[in-house]
Design a protein around this ligand. Structure first.
Ligand SMILES: Cc1cc2nc3c(=O)[nH]c(=O)nc-3n(C[C@H](O)[C@H](O)[C@H](O)COP(=O)(O)OP(=O)(O)OC[C@H]3O[C@@H](n4cnc5c(N)ncnc54)[C@H](O)[C@@H]3O)c2cc1C
Length: 436
């Protein structure tokens, strides 16, 4: 039950509490265990670990980290290796395409997968490594205090009971509505929205483009994103994850019922029905989508601190950003690994949390800001502004250098450019702790 840090004869025993069992929280638990810490407990507000959500992308910098944790064999068969990213204007003119993952020369693939597959795999790994008791459900953090060098978390269950947990370190991995963050930023309020509403769903459909392409279509405000996250080998069809986003004064309710699905289908059809898609038939895709969910597009303002003594933030709790550029889950995984590395290599845990923040916060702030101007999808806004009626030759609208620079600049900001990913080691090397 202890994390042994060998600094000469000094041995530190630490109890670590993680709030939230999303991608950030579960990956942090696994990474800490891989670091030699077995007193880690994850507290989740939901009564069950529910593998919820539609599709997401894990970029090679995060796949490298999941591979170092030994998870790639479990994940890859249930994911699609993304081969290309192709961006189009509403007229079907190709604005930009680039290879992705292994096809682009990365040593690790880019994986498109269902969030539920990733959550299931990570939760199973937490239980395998740390035991069933390491995942506590029906435990919502409702209070945070500090006493005599220890942090006390107050967790409430649905039956009204409350448990107090005293811990050496507390890691807030509780997402965009983080209670841990709110304890330090009580005036922050709900996440701001940019006025865009997103509709999401999945449907089985025939393959399009390479069969493992991500297509992004857009004008100056609207976006339609499509990519496969699973394959049915018997029919050779793929499960397409789609996201439609457009400015709309919609209430931020998350409609899920059949009636809502009908209304949502119609809203999406009205916005994108006349667009030229690179393969998928939009009407069929919408008709075959059983569950359509609607969300406001929200993020968080960058904050000047993530770390307060022996408490820090990871994932969306630290740096929620607009969902452009495939960085939400990716950066949550990287946070977890970098945090574990610093805890494994610093004698003073509070200094480790500071070092983690110094490494990650400036870069994540840049990415949050970049995503507010649509990240790499900015090329679609520019294409629409420069050629609203479309074009015969993209070189009449952009130079190749300008397009390449937008893409490369974003990859460098997110530290998933090929040079960096291929040439550096995973955030935590297997030998980091034994070498200490
Ligand atoms: C239900 C759900 C579905 C999603 N679907 C998609 C999707 O389809 N595609 C996509 O790209 N992204 C999706 N996301 C967002 C995506 O998972 C995150 O942007 C990214 O992975 C970062 O993850 P995270 O672990 O930081 O936060 P999250 O994934 O939001 O996880 C936070 C966890 O903390 C728990 N929690 C919240 N408050 C408390 C509290 N007070 N006490 C204890 N636990 C708490 C939540 O229940 C949740 O399990 C979804 C998130 C959620 C919660």
């Amino acid at each position: 039950m202890c994390w042994t840090m060998a600094y000469g004869s000094e041995v530190a025993t630490m109890r670590i509490t993680i709030v939230g069992s999303g991608i950030a929280g579960l990956t942090t638990a696994i990474s800490l265990h891989a670091a030699g810490c077995d007193d880690v407990t994850v507290f989740e507000a939901d009564p069950r670990i529910r593998p919820l959500g539609f599709g997401l992308n894990i970029l090679p910098n995060a796949v490298r980290e999941l591979a170092a944790l030994g998870l790639l064999d479990a994940l890859e068969p249930r994911a699609i290796r993304t081969r290309e990213l192709a961006m189009y204007n509403p007229h079907g003119n190709l604005v930009w395409r680039e290879d992705r993952g292994l096809s682009a020369g990365y040593r690790w693939p880019q994986l498109s997968m269902s969030r539920s597959v990733l959550i299931e795999t990570l939760a199973a790994e937490v239980r395998r490594r740390l035991g069933d008791s390491a995942l506590v459900t029906d435990a919502r953090l409702v209070g945070l205090t500090h006493e005599a060098g220890m942090t006390c978390g107050e967790f409430a269950a649905h039956d009204g009971s409350v448990r107090i947990v005293r811990t050496d370190l507390l890691i807030g991995a509780d997402g965009i509505h983080s209670a841990v963050r709110a304890a330090f930023y009580p005036a922050e309020g709900p996440p701001p929205t940019n006025g865009m509403t997103m509709y999401r769903g999945t449907a089985w459909h025939s393959r399009f483009l390479t069969g493992s392409s991500m297509a992004v279509l857009g004008d100056d405000t609207r976006r339609l994103v499509l990519y496969p996250i699973d394959t049915d080998r018997s029919t050779d069809r793929v499960l397409i994850n789609w996201v439609a986003a457009f400015p709309a004064r919609e209430p931020d309710a998350r409609g899920r019922s059949g009636r809502d699905a009908t209304a949502h289908r119609e809203s999406v059809r009205q916005q994108f029905g006349s667009w030229s898609l690179p393969g998928p038939d939009l009407v069929r895709l919408l008709d075959d989508t059983p569950d359509i969910q609607r969300y406001p597009m929200t993020d968080r303002d960058p904050v000047p601190r993530w770390t307060f003594g022996n408490v820090t933030l990871v994932g969306d709790a630290a740096h929620a950003m607009y969902p452009t550029g495939s960085n939400g889950a990716t950066q949550a995984v990287v946070d977890a690994r970098v945090l574990a590395r610093h805890l494994a290599t610093h004698a003073d845990p509070a200094a480790a949390l500071q070092a983690y923040e110094e490494e990650r916060r400036p870069q994540m702030t840049q990415l949050q800001v970049s995503n507010r101007s649509m990240g790499p999808e900015r090329v679609l806004t520019l294409a629409h502004q420069r050629a609203p009626q479309g074009f015969d030759d993209v070189r009449d609208v952009f130079s190749e250098e300008e397009l390449a620079e937008i893409s490369r600049g974003y990859a460098v900001t997110g530290q998933f450019d090929q040079d960096w990913v291929n040439s550096s080691r995973p955030a935590v090397r297997r030998d980091a702790w034994s070498a200490k």
